[in-house]
Design a protein around this ligand. Structure first.
Ligand code: ZN
Length: 379
């Protein structure tokens, strides 16, 4: 490859996707509940549909053909052990081999889910490999099942293995990356990622989420990290009803300043698309324009601190209609390409109230900005 060809190549955006991601079967359910005596079985919210339709929109918009496809591989058992206990890994493998069943709080897996979850974590590892090696500039890992709620010794909240945690440990152990930042914009708190790095000063974890949505007992602003890692965990709980104004301001005043202080060598976005105005499992007002702007801000911060190295790992997002357009906006921004596939929901959503920054939302952002100013400086 000539130097010029390499340079052009490096400017491209990577995409991880795989048919088998859509085969993980979380069973029936409504919201966070499985069917009970009086709850009629329905399709589980964490169904393959949102992700399959997101990928389909990338395809029909013409964007996929301008991306660099990255083949996922299965994460090895040793890689899963970067985060998880052998007891939990064995339990997932056993229940998966037995045909599936309940395995934690709001988590049911199906036959073969163990191998698919390995492929999900391994897809994030492959994205990291491609970005760190310079084969692509940045990458979106459209993986499933999601990962940010998973704990070391148990899964929860539709999440089996901590995909981002495992991929970050891989970046540090195999590639010698030192400082990493996580920006989790899923509407739910990234509790598993927080727990993994709560005492690790090499990883700045930032979670912007709906205040006490899920898990209801985590994500508070005063959880800031322990020991040497004090002030390297930044929770930004926003009030229900927050929209474009609150999110953009929170990123401008807290997320980006925290990134610029910490100066990571790599940024991982835990990309849940469930803060949208149409999501059934969140109560926020974001639109595709919001996600486009959040991605732009993180990429700009990455350009000035992390050599542009950004990997997104797909997390939640439960609106069949709207996840694809929010996701397209993110990947278009990653690739710096605007397709002709305009968001048909945007006009109607932006006519609704709730997009401007409200005083009570501004107060939440002020508190987060004060905490962001305590993030240790590095790099
Ligand atoms: Zn979520």
């Amino acid at each position: 490859m000539t130097h010029q060809a390499y340079s052009e190549h490096r400017q491209r955006t990577g995409l991880v996707a795989h048919e088998r991601y859509f085969w993980h079967d979380p069973g029936n359910g409504i919201g966070f509940s499985g069917p009970t005596t009086f709850v009629q079985p329905d399709r589980h919210p964490e169904s393959p549909d949102t992700k399959r339709r997101f990928l389909a929109l990338l395809d029909v918009s013409g964007l996929t053909s301008q991306l660099e496809r990255i083949e996922p591989r299965a994460a090895t058992r040793a890689e899963l052990q970067y985060f998880h206990t052998t007891r939990y890994i064995d339990e997932v493998a056993r229940i998966s081999a037995a045909g599936g069943g309940e395995i934690g709080d709001s988590l049911t897996i199906g036959a073969g889910s163990y191998e698919i979850a390995q492929l999900s974590a391994g897809g994030c590892i492959a994205a990291i490999d491609a970005v760190v090696a310079g084969r692509v500039r940045n990458a979106y890992a459209l993986v499933r099942p999601p990962g940010h709620h998973a704990d070391a010794d148990g899964g929860r909240g539709f999440c089996v293995f901590g995909n981002a945690v495992i991929a970050i440990r891989h970046a540090q152990r195999v590639h010698g990356i030192g400082r990493v930042a996580v920006v989790d914009w899923d509407v739910h708190h990234g509790n598993g990622t927080e727990t993994a790095f709560i005492d690790d000063p090499s990883v700045l974890t930032i979670s912007v989420h709906q205040d006490r949505c899920y898990p209801v007992d985590s994500g508070q602003l005063d959880v800031v990290g322990t020991g040497d890692a004090r002030n390297t965990n930044l929770n930004i709980p926003l009030p229900p009803g927050s929209g474009h104004g609150a999110y953009v301001t929170a990123f401008e005043r807290a997320v980006v300043p925290a990134l610029l202080r910490f100066r990571p060598e790599l940024i991982v976005i835990a990309s849940g698309l469930d803060a949208s105005a149409l999501d059934p499992l969140g109560r926020m007002m974001c639109t595709s324009r919001t996600y486009r702007e959040l991605a732009r801000q993180v990429l700009a911060a990455a350009d000035s601190t992390a050599g542009g190295r950004v990997v997104a790992t797909h997390e939640g997002g439960y609106s069949n209609g709207y996840v694809p357009f929010c996701g397209l906006a993110v990947v278009e921004t990653f690739a710096d390409i605007r397709t002709e596939a305009n968001d048909p929901y945007l006009g109607e959503l932006e006519c609704q109230a709730g997009h401007a920054l409200e005083p009570h939302q501004s107060a939440a952002v002020d508190a987060a900005a004060a905490q962001a100013a305590r993030v240790p400086t590095g790099g």
